[in-house]
Design a protein around this ligand. Structure first.
Ligand SMILES: [Zn+2]
Length: 154
C-alpha cells in the first residue's frame, strides 16, 4: 500500500495516463507507466491487463515482464483473499443465503465477485476454492467465519 500522502498524486498520474492511452491505445510506454501506477494503487487486475496489452503490443515476452506478470497474478489472488474482502463476502453470504437457502453451488459467491467488479471470475473462484477447499456457498461462509474468527449470526 503506498503511503497515504502519495496516493492523491498517484491517482492523479493514473487519471492523466488513462486519458493519454484512451487517445493513444498503442502507446506502449504510457500503458506501461499506467500499469505501474495501477499496481501502486493496488488495482492489480487493471495492472495485469495493461501489462498483457504491453506484451502483445511488443510482440514478445521478456523475462522481466513475465516476472512482473506472475507477481501481479499472485497479488490478484492475495487481494481476493485479503481479510477485508473475505469479510465482505461473508457478510454478503450471510445476508443472501438464508432467504434463498444454499443451493450447494457457488452461485452467491460468483454473484458477489461479479458485483465487486472482479475480473476473470473462473480463475478467482478457483483460487478461493483451492484456498478453502470448500464445496459450496454455505461451506465457504463457515470456513471464512472460522478463518477470520468473525462473530456468528445470533
Ligand atoms: Zn451449501
Amino acid at each position: 500500500m503506498p503511503a497515504a500522502k502519495s496516493r492523491p498524486f498517484l491517482f492523479e498520474a493514473a487519471t492523466g495516463l488513462k486519458k493519454l492511452v484512451r487517445d493513444h491505445p498503442e502507446d506502449e510506454p504510457a500503458l506501461r507507466l499506467l500499469a505501474q501506477a495501477e499496481e501502486a494503487l493496488c488495482n492489480y487486475s487493471a495492472a495485469r491487463r495493461l501489462l498483457e496489452q504491453c506484451m502483445s503490443l511488443l510482440g514478445r515476452r521478456d523475462k522481466h515482464d513475465l516476472k512482473w506478470l506472475a507477481r501481479l497474478r499472485e497479488m490478484e489472488d492475495k487481494y481476493l483473499l485479503s481479510p477485508a474482502l473475505l469479510k465482505g463476502l461473508a457478510v454478503d453470504l450471510e445476508r443472501t443465503l438464508p432467504a434463498a437457502g444454499c443451493a450447494h453451488t457457488f452461485q452467491r459467491t460468483e454473484d458477489w465477485l461479479r458485483r465487486k467488479g472482479i475480473q476473470d471470475l473462473a480463475r478467482r473462484l478457483d483460487s478461493l476454492r483451492r484456498h478453502f477447499s470448500d464445496v459450496c456457498d454455505c461451506d465457504l461462509l463457515e470456513k471464512i467465519i472460522v478463518e477470520l474468527d468473525l462473530d456468528r449470526r445470533p
